[in-house]
Design a protein around this ligand. Structure first.
Ligand SMILES: C[S@@+](CC[C@H](N)C(=O)[O-])C[C@H]1O[C@@H](n2cnc3c(N)ncnc32)[C@H](O)[C@@H]1O
Length: 455
């Protein structure tokens, strides 16, 4: 006898609001499989052609918004659920976050936000959980919008700033420290929380042509940058062909730093020691003078493969899978070395909405150790007189100024100030080093330093 078919809740998903279901699937992938929202969401949207442009935009707003706002959402929910949030079924917690985000941030009318979330809960988790979700979301709705909720949650100014700007407290502290005080802290954090514009880089085409093709505008700092206000850059023929690529304008400046560094003597061999997935290597290959050979390495095989793909049309390049600390190249082989070091990524949070909650202060020390080793190895890889550009997509003082100051203290190393190489970029100097900020420059918070081997 065939056993009776059990109706799995997923079978009822068909009748659900597609945008909200997709947003839930993103939150669920992030919580249960440590997925990256910026990779998972586009994949789900491709797999669900029934979602029109408006649905896709709403799913994106919901998923990214709820992930960014997780700190405030959880602070609200913790006061309304009798158990610690960590003891809830993770799917129920994600559904509560989605509903709460709609109520306090998007101001979706209570009946729509609550009813659709209860429907999702019934279909995905079961009827038992839908009662809890209904009761909690009604209390959220009764508490008003985000401002009222933040007032009700109370706490000191630091907690309020962290909740209001959607950052964990330790990241707020790191940004305050890097900015040198409170004066610009709130605008900086708000800019770090806002959805970024898409920036393109014109690698093997004129920037004007790229602007015309994409409908974007020339970026203010990099001579290769075009900024887009919307649309899918993957649809552009020049991006498909590799003549252009998506790249934050700050990352473009970090690559240009290496190319612009003053250098005496031989200038034939450049190295990008942490090159994967190949963004900066692609720009370096395009802007290097004729006769320069570019070597690009990455420790991870799959990242080195991505570099190979990014450089597929470039002549005189070599891509290696190599650990920059135990390199296959001889000491002093290169004239210019870019070290775009692995880091916490605290300066690129606006692109990866969930990363701020995944990172912890304990991540910093092991990264600093790696960064110090890689920087020492990068300095060994350049000839006397050669230059090393040290770059991170984080403003955290320990992995930026802290790391470079150690190398700068050596007798055979001299610091070359960054800001004079970019006279067109105001507010760039961080002492002798350079620091871009989303609220000042509309870029990721990239840190840049330039060192010369003197002997
Ligand atoms: C910030 S990413 C580089 C981004 C890249 N420069 C770009 O613009 O596309 C850092 C890279 O360093 C690589 N990495 C980490 N440790 C390394 C090591 N010891 N040697 C070489 N590469 C390493 C990681 O695999 C990662 O791809």
């Amino acid at each position: 006898m065939t056993p009776p078919k059990r109706r799995h809740p997923a079978a009822r998903r068909r009748n659900l609001d597609g945008a909200r279901l997709t947003a839930f699937d993103v939150l669920d992938g992030v919580s249960s499989r440590a997925a990256y929202a910026n990779l998972l969401l586009p994949q789900l949207l491709r797999e669900r052609p029934e979602l029109d442009e408006r649905d896709a935009a709403f799913a994106t707003q919901l998923a990214y918004g709820a992930l960014r706002a997780q700190g405030a959402l959880d602070a609200i929910l913790a006061g309304l659920v009798s158990r610690p949030l960590g003891e809830l079924d993770p799917r129920v917690l994600d559904l509560l976050r989605l509903g709460t985000y709609q109520l306090i941030d998007l101001r979706v009318p209570a009946h729509a936000a609550v009813d659709t979330t209860v429907d999702l809960t019934r279909a995905i988790v079961g009827t038992g959980a839908s009662g809890l979700v209904n009761a909690v979301l009604r209390k959220v709705a009764a508490g008003g919008a985000r401002e009222q909720w933040l007032d009700a949650l109370g706490g000191d100014d630091a907690r309020r700033l962290a909740l209001a700007t959607n950052h964990p407290a330790w990241i707020v502290d790191a940004w305050r420290d890097a900015l040198g005080g409170d004066a610009e802290l709130e605008p900086a954090l708000l800019a770090d929380d806002a959805a970024p514009e898409v920036h393109l880089v014109a690698r093997r085409m004129a920037r004007d042509e790229l602007a015309a093709e994409s409908g974007g505008e020339a970026g203010p700092w990099s001579p290769y940058a075009v900024r887009l206000h919307g649309g899918d850059p993957g649809r552009l023929a020049s991006v498909r062909s590799g003549a252009a690529a998506v790249q934050d304008e700050g990352s473009q400046l970090a690559g240009l730093l290496l190319a612009r560094a003053p250098l005496e003597g031989r200038d034939e061999a450049w190295l990008d020691v942490c090159a994967g997935p190949g963004g900066k290597a692609g720009l370096l290959a395009a802007v290097r003078p004729a006769g320069v050979r570019l070597t690009a390495a990455d420790r991870a095989t799959h990242r080195a493969e991505l570099v190979r793909a990014a450089l597929r049309d470039a002549a005189d390049v070599e891509v290696l899978t190599a650990d920059g600390r135990e390199p296959p190249w001889a000491p002093g082989s290169f004239d210019r070395v870019l070290l775009d070091a692995p880091c916490t990524g605290l300066g690129a949070l606006r692109r990866r909405p969930e990363v701020r909650w995944r990172r912890t202060p304990e991540d910093v020390a092991p990264l600093v150790e790696l960064q110090l080793e890689l920087l020492a190895a990068a300095l060994a890889a350049v000839r006397p007189g050669g230059v090393v550009a040290y770059v991170t997509c984080s403003p955290h003082t320990e992995e930026t100024v802290g790391v470079v100051d150690v190398a700068a203290a050596r007798d055979d190393v001299e610091v070359l100030p960054v800001a004079p190489l970019f006279p067109e970029v105001p507010g760039l100097a961080r002492g002798r080093y350079g620091q871009l900020w989303p609220h000042r420059h509309g870029t990721d918070a990239m840190f840049m330093a330039l060192l010369r081997r003197t002997s």
